[in-house]
Design a protein around this ligand. Structure first.
Ligand SMILES: NC(=O)c1ccc[n+]([C@@H]2O[C@H](COP(=O)([O-])OP(=O)(O)OC[C@H]3O[C@@H](n4cnc5c(N)ncnc54)[C@H](O)[C@@H]3O)[C@@H](O)[C@H]2O)c1
Ligand SMILES: O=C(O)C[C@H](O)C(=O)O
Length: 334
């Protein structure tokens, strides 16, 4: 029996993500929590002929606690999305408090659940969740994940486009590491399962890296004020959740890039710090998953000089974002 919970389930990501979890055979119970509309979304989904039992909850009558009771995995897409001209960091003002309060609910009701953080800015909201868990004495870095899968999905798609064959997209694997915003998104294209054409020039590489780093802006611009990526994010979130659930069931060798506290695997985390040359607490790296969450944080592997420059360019922003999130929890309410 696996109970999955979506916090922010009535939103642009929340609804399609809940749909994908409802049709996932590894999920037997699905609880949907939001400040609006979850009863309707839950009844709608409950008519789908798959085994998962669906229930919707709202804040009154301890709805958050009821939704989280018995949770095995909690996915958080709650919070406001970007509009054109905004950075992810601009969302901190509103989303930090939302994530802190939801994390408090998880820490007190389902402290052993795997927590998958989608709400932006991920580089800061993951430290917020971790600090709330620490404050409640239940912090386990092996169980808290920042979802960076959309960057990996985009890299697969864009590389397959360059190779002129979209049918390759599902099998193209590119490790994307670092964080989840702008220059902190570091695609290690030299390690792509499907190498770029030898004719690929430096400018084209710059353009591809830039497209992966700013893929979110491409969607925000196209949506023109109506929000940011929702459908591709729901796909990516469901894919990452499925990896966690398969690992919990005992499947071995599942590795995915995800943004974690580097103490989740001390030896692996220390090795990453050496590779990047900075003592950061959080970094998105290829992580091997198992029944208790993080099994191992893998090395970044052989990176080119070009990629080492991308890593160095990411570090100042990452450090600032981490500090901003980590110091928020004891800060006065905004
Ligand atoms: N990690 C990623 O790769 C990634 C990708 C896309 C979007 N995002 C982020 O995901 C978040 C959600 O995006 P969206 O497009 O679904 O936004 P949205 O506005 O469509 O939905 C957000 C939902 O959160 C709900 N909500 C607000 N406060 C809440 C609270 N206290 N408790 C529970 N629910 C609450 C809202 O009612 C709404 O239904 C944004 O912060 C966005 O930036 C992250
Ligand atoms: O770009 C955004 O604000 C949403 C998300 O982080 C994305 O990468 O699409």
């Amino acid at each position: 029996m696996v109970k999955a919970v979506v916090l922010g389930a009535a939103g642009g990501i929340g609804q399609p993500l809940s749909l994908l979890l409802k049709i996932n055979p590894l999920v037997s119970e699905l609880a949907l929590y939001d400040i609006v509309n979850t009863p309707g979304v839950a009844v709608d989904l409950s008519h789908i002929a798959t085994p998962a039992k669906v229930q919707g909850f709202l804040p009154p009558d301890d709805g958050l606690k009821k939704a989280l009771t018995g949770a095995d995995i909690v996915v958080i897409p709650a919070g406001i999305p970007r509009k054109p001209g905004m950075t992810r960091d601009d969302l901190f003002k509103i989303n930090a408090g939302i994530v802190r309060d939801l994390a408090t609910g998880i820490a007190t009701t389902a402290p052993k659940a795997f927590v998958l953080v989608i709400s932006n800015p991920v580089n800061s909201t993951v430290p917020i969740v971790a600090e709330v868990f620490k404050k409640n004495g239940v912090f386990d870095p092996k169980r808290i994940f920042g979802v960076t899968t959309l960057d990996v999905v985009r890299a697969s798609t864009f590389v397959s486009e360059i190779l002129g064959d979209l049918s390759l997209a599902p099998s193209v694997k590119v490790p994307v590491v670092g964080g989840h915003s702008g220059v902190t998104i570091i695609p290690l294209l030299s390690q792509s399962s499907h190498p770029l054409p030898t004719s690929f020039k430096a400018e084209a590489l710059d353009a591809l890296v830039n497209r992966i780093q700013f893929g979110g802006d491409e969607v925000v611009k196209a949506k023109d004020g109506a929000g940011s990526a929702t459908l591709s994010m729901a796909y990516a979130g469901a894919e990452f959740a499925e990896k966690i659930l398969r690992a919990v069931k005992g499947e071995k060798g599942i590795v995915a890039p995800t943004y974690v506290h580097l103490s989740a695997d001390k030896a692996g985390g220390d090795a990453i710090k050496k590779e990047i040359g900075k003592d950061l607490d959080y970094f998105s790296a290829p992580v091997e998953l198992g029944p208790e969450g993080v099994v191992k944080i893998n090395s970044l592997g052989k990176v080119t000089e070009y990629e080492q420059k991308l890593i160095q360019a990411a570090l100042p922003d990452l450090a600032t974002n981490i500090e901003k999130g980590a110091s928020f929890v004891d800060a006065p309410k905004l």
